[in-house]
Design a protein around this ligand. Structure first.
Ligand code: NDP
Ligand code: 8X3
Length: 251
């Protein structure tokens, strides 16, 4: 993998940032994406002593911005060997009858359509190269539905379906496609879900040992470093304290 290039969406925080850091330590060049430029700059400054790093600032909901950013990549970063479709979040945790249509739009536009826009711009490059690896970050929320999870779970079930669809349609092009589906990971995820309410967000991870972003990054690195003929198609990972979306051994 040393010397290959990875394109990571949602690299400014959590799983994406930890994956970027892990990849850099292992010699993988990086295209880091997100909307918070200060964080992209700080990460680039920290990692460029190890590998080549390019940053792209776009909102995955903006199809034209996604296309322009990827079309304008400098020569050195034109070949993308690994795509980590990671950008995403939950917005709200409400019964369907009380849900906000703005939250629903955000989750479907970012987690589903944004993932598709980025993939649409990168898959042709991989087909031309007859090589590539796409990792879609799903969730246990894409494997089961939990109370009040409604639309977030729907968005992650869509990621599960898209992952399977990509693998079927790209069969024959020598492109690996797989999903990594984590359970609860202690990142900024719950702060976003609860719209900045740090107390509420903190409580989600109290009383048990949740996964850390670095745990997931380590697994993603394992997935990309298997021999090329080995494609990890679908992987679910949870804390030892978690058995399902609703069964968590909290003290
Ligand atoms: P974080 O909130 O820590 O990170 C989310 C990342 O997504 C940020 O880098 C953010 O960057 C980016 N992002 C969000 N919205 C947009 C947008 N509209 N355009 C571009 N980038 C965007 O959460 P996690 O690291 O936990 O989440 C990463 C992925 O993992 C998500 O897909 C999430 O659903 C999934 N996941 C998380 C779990 C958890 O418990 N934490 C468990 C299972 C899956 P910026 O704001 O700078 O744009
Ligand atoms: C994030 C994990 O349990 O909040 O995908 O859905 S959960």
């Amino acid at each position: 993998m040393k010397g290959k290039t990875a394109f990571i969406t949602g690299a400014t925080s959590g799983i994406g940032k930890a994956t970027a850091t892990h990849f850099a330590a292992n010699g993988i060049n990086l295209i880091l994406c997100g909307r918070r430029q200060d964080r992209l700059d700080a990460l680039q400054a920290a990692l460029r002593r190890h590998v080549k790093v390019h940053t792209l600032n776009f909102d995955v909901r903006n199809k034209e911005a996604v296309q322009q950013a990827i079309a304008g990549l400098p020569e050195d970063f034109q070949q993308i060997d690994i795509l980590i479709n990671n950008a995403g979040n939950a917005h709200g945790l409400d019964p369907i009858q009380d849900g906000s249509t703005e939250d629903w739009d955000a989750m479907l536009d970012i987690n589903v359509k944004g993932l598709l826009y980025v993939s649409d711009a990168i898959i042709p490059k991989m087909i031309r190269a007859n090589s590539g690896h796409i990792i879609n970050i799903g969730s246990t929320a894409g494997k089961e539905v939990y109370p009040k999870g409604n639309v977030y779970c729907a968005s992650k079930h869509a990621v599960d379906a898209i992952n399977q669809g990509m693998r079927l349609d790209l069969n024959g092009y020598n492109i690996r496609v797989g999903a990594v589906n984590p359970g609860m990971v202690e990142t900024e995820f719950s702060e976003v879900r609860f719209k900045g309410d740090a107390d509420k967000a903190g409580k989600v991870y109290q009383g048990f040992k949740p996964l850390q972003a670095e745990d997931v990054a380590d697994i993603i690195h394992f997935v990309v470093t298997r021999p090329y003929h080995v494609n990890i198609a679908d992987l679910v990972v949870m804390s030892v304290d978690q058995a399902s979306s609703t069964v968590v051994n909290k003290k």
